[in-house]
Design a protein around this ligand. Sequence first.
Ligand code: GDP
Length: 600
Amino acid sequence: MSDTDQPPQSETLRTPIVAVLGHVDHGKTSLLDKVRGSAVSEGEAGAITQHIGATAVPLETVSSMAGSLVDPDDFDLPGLLFIDTPGHHSFSTLRSRGGALADIAILVVDVNDGFQPQTVEALDILKRTGTPFVVAANKVDTTPGWNPQDGSPIKPSYDGQSDRARQMLDTNLYEIIGQLSDEGLSADLYWRVQNFQKNIGVIPVSALTGEGIPDLLAVLMGLSQRYMKAEMAVDIAGPGAGTVLEVKEERGFGATLDVVLYDGTVREGDTIVVGGTNGPIITEIRALLQPQPLAEIRTEKRFERVDEVKAAAGVKIAAPDLDAAMAGAPVRVVRSRDTDEVIRDVQAELAEIEVNTEEEGVVVKADTLGSLEAMANALKEAEIPILRAEVGDVAPRDVAVAGTAREDEHKVILAFNVDILPNAEDELDHSEVKLFDDDVIYQLIEEYEEFVDERKRAQQETVLDKIVRPARFRILQDHVFRQNDPAVVGVEIMSGTLKNNMRVVKFDGDKPTRVGQLSGIQEQGEDVKQIRAGNRVSVAIDGPTVGRQIEEGDELWVELPEKHAKILEQELSGEIPADELEALQGYLDKHRRRDPFWGK
Ligand code: GDP
């Protein structure tokens, strides 16, 4: 990297950082590849610069790719820096002071597929972080009858399609615009948008044919220039600030940091402060590394050393003591400032991300600070308490901690995008702690919620099996088959399920009187164990004599022990059928007329 004494004008404005988000398979990777590929084929070598974890496309290249859509004289921002790892996982990992590291985002939506769960999730993150974005309605080339015009801006290509193809594409595009509106966002095809701060621009593109890519670049460039110039005016020569993208072992260097620098400059020899699992790490940069340029890829060395890197850029930092550094943590260059002050800055920023834990709850492990925070947010929304939350792989200690949870449903580790250490697997085999791991947050939480629901259902079923269930039934007129020992009468079940061997009561006014106990139920001559509401059966009742304790037309009830009535009303009312609930309510009402606190 050249170091001139007189930096050109553009170096006082930094490159905007662009992130790509969207549902799986909607074409995020293909779109990034197409942007990089077209940039390479467009200009001579050096048209793009491969950074660590990012690709820089300079203004001249943007402008030659976008053709008439971008006149370089209208711009003074140096170009665009695309983060190479697409997806909202990396997006939420990439935080900077007070928000998202990316200045602007592309939300990729497959035109045929429309909004999908991860599209909505990505949109929520963009809204929450207040990140400006455009929608790339991708795969327009799959529209039936599409006549591709490789690399063309979208408007001429769109205008040149058959009416039928254009109409089919329109239907899909308006579906997406409607879905954005359902999410509370006003959007339109980008060429109709006047004010990009009020309206989201939808850009039809194809990552396969390159159609619409010039438009996408032009809109990103225009948006940045118009609305973000003030934020881009940073002190590029000042001490650097960045975010750790990944902590990686490299042969010959030990633990290194892949960093996205969003402010200032880092130099070899700089003292830096980095967020680590055991507090801030203070260390000195041994080497700054960038990927070898394409031309020299045949050399053994994957990296080349550079003296300094200016924002915005992706860079690998080699320095001692980086093992405990956390992905997602801040990195700050100290240089002329007071080290303690920088440490306090880093601590303050880490404190912002710290997750609130409680005395009781689940154990959460995640690969980065950002994803830990995203997990904590999602868990809070799902009202799942957290006992402990940490960045890192699942270790035996986590199993031990999860085992200390009071509730069985909290003896759980939720692991997001991390490895399970082999000795932790052994621990898990010998403990009642359950592990859930996934690399999609909402799926991880859904799996856990299903497990909790399943457990609850099983528990309730056992309770319901043991509990006396309410039923109301009526003795039919002219259906007395036997007076007594036992009395055998025809009945109709009015509500609930009548089971054999239950005790039977009758209310005289509000006063319950036990009349006997069921000793048989017959439906059309066959013995049955139980019978649902709406049916007529004959029942045998031990105890009463028809004409004395019971009469034709009497309303009878299954006798409910008070404790059972209470459990049914307070804990299981959601689990029993409506007619049974009605029988329960009728039974409680009768008792409560005499004793308002019965069953409470
Ligand atoms: P990601 O999961 O969002 O990164 O999606 P990918 O970039 O891996 O794309 C998923 C699939 O869609 C791949 O098979 C791509 O080749 C295909 N694909 C992506 N963009 C386009 C496009 O514009 N047109 C067509 N026809 N296929 C595409």
